[in-house]
Write a protein that binds this ligand. Sequence first.
Ligand SMILES: Cc1cc2nc3c(=O)[nH]c(=O)nc-3n(C[C@H](O)[C@H](O)[C@H](O)COP(=O)(O)O)c2cc1C
Length: 652
Amino acid sequence: MNKYPNLFSPIKLGNLTLRNRIFQAPMGIFPLTPEGHLTPDAIAFYETRAAGGAAVVSLGEAFVHSKTGISHSRSSGIVLLDDTAVFPSLGRVARAIKRHGAIPCIEFEHAGKFGGVGKSDSDPRVRYGPSHDMTPDGQKVLEMPEDMILEIVDAFGQAAARSKDVGFEMILIHGGHGWLQHQFLSPLDNKRKDKYGGSLENRARLSIMVIDAVRKAVGSGFPIVYRMSGDEFRKGGYTLEDGVKFCKLIDGKVELINVSAAYHGIPPIELVVRTHPTYFLERGCNVYLAAAVKKAVKTPVACVGGITEVEQMENIIATGQSDIIFLARALYADPDLPKKAAAGRTEEIKPCLRCLACQGSDWSRGTLVCTINPKVGREFENKFAAPPPARRKRVLIAGGGPGGMQAAITASERGHQVILCEKSSSLGGAIKSVEKVPFLDDLVRFRKHLEYMVNASGTVVMLNTEVTPELVAFHHPDVVIAAVGAEPIVPRIPGIRGKNVVMANDIHKPGVKVGKKVVVMGGGIVGCDEAIYLAMQGKNVTVVDMLDGYERENIFLKLTLDVELRKCKIKLMTNTKGKAVVKEGLLCTDPDGKEVLYKADTVVCAVGQQALTSVVDRLRDTAPEFYSIGDCVKPQKILEAVTGGYDVGMDL
Ligand SMILES: Cc1cc2nc3c(=O)[nH]c(=O)nc-3n(C[C@H](O)[C@H](O)[C@H](O)COP(=O)(O)O)c2cc1C
């Protein structure tokens, strides 16, 4: 008997039956050739999600009208559906998805006033939205003339016909998140005086015309999904009440309504915190929007946003809040979530951290990555089994943090005989120091998952065991892997050893006291998370950072932190250097070189970590093969530790 009977019950949408209620939410198509054709890597990304058991796998943004609708250009290409040349590669991905029993779906998008970017950054920008306007980054927006509206509607229809021809069995129209149809629906963006403006019915007209055009192209019974934002979450914008009224207008015209949330233009994209809820928000924080729509319409409804736990998915369906669950990041982190859940192997599911490394990655790194799933972005190479190891090796791993645990799991799964030694009394490494922070509980789930997988892999775990050259000699392994981590950097400034200083890693230790007024030295992710945690305890917190502040790499996480810092009234002083800890607080040099005192009862030191290189060096020549991974090579994020552990495990 399936543990999740509601989640795994089939559902009919139009002329198709979905094998379960899990729908891989649209995720941007990447990587592409410069011409916008899907690469084998992009095809394999979606194929892997289909093979993992999702009922539907949807490609993300594909633009229907290149003249006006493109919201961004990428050197690696974007999919333009009015270019017939892209369809052969789209056909290949549809076939790859279908091969695994999933339904291939493609999302159609027009960016409206955030569009008009052109195929390359050097193309002239002409932007058209519902009304004359200015984008937040100062670009002029022209009111879209009616003949252009009709041309765009027609482009949706043509894209649908071509997509159906090459094998897509479902079309998803993106009418939310601040793109074209959303802009028409929003009273903030739509000031038109004609039949497309004014009443809700008029503002919804374009959406309905697009649905009708797609329907005409694909025929009755072919499932069309309409994605909308249940609430804009913008002052003066449309509310959930209006969102529900809009859904009533499209009720029965589409086979599924996907209720997402918010509005994000580029820039500012602050509301990305609701479209892609991070770890600061409750899991499934937008489900209530879908539930409100569900009460009002006959059409099946799908919810989305920060849903990562199978129990919650089951509960949402069982309690009638939605018929289908859209998952983006949860399936990014673990494409096999549906199969594992169906088999009751929930502990094996890699729990998404909602950290947005995925969304940030193709902007900053140009490749797909996931903090906890080292196979992301390598789906194509993973289709071909790695050659088995030449022989079974004895592997001794020093350090039971995420990197060491991942190395143990991967090496054991490849058949090696692994001993994992951890100096302290439990596995988890640096994750353990933040376990008390309520909004970081995804990390706790991740630690427990790794621990489960280590034990299931057959690895021998030795706690309270420091790896020394003598211990290595005793076990005489073929391989030693040092994953011993890092230690906090203690800046060389006067007063740093004072009683009023607490190292960030120690905040949650029993007996450690933090005063009411706090200055956090170091505005990286650790400093910010701890600052937010302390502010949530009612403390008055200031963060100083000698550079420009937190999260330089991931724009999406940076925005999230921005929002949270503001919400918690935390002052962030950038380009401000801590000079000395004094009785009254932290003495700093401000950006103009002037001395300034930030008063505090406690100074929290979060200026970073330094690799434990001396420990690594002691172990370096103790076995025929030696590797070091994670923070003891260079302190970075969990992503680098986990990837390092996986890579070394694969290469043995
Ligand atoms: C890497 C990534 C790419 C995404 N690309 C798209 C996209 O192309 N079109 C879209 O409508 N939503 C896109 N989204 C948003 C998701 O469809 C989804 O609405 C959002 O991530 C919230 O769901 P989740 O919490 O399950 O991730 C993307 C999300 C991620 C993480």
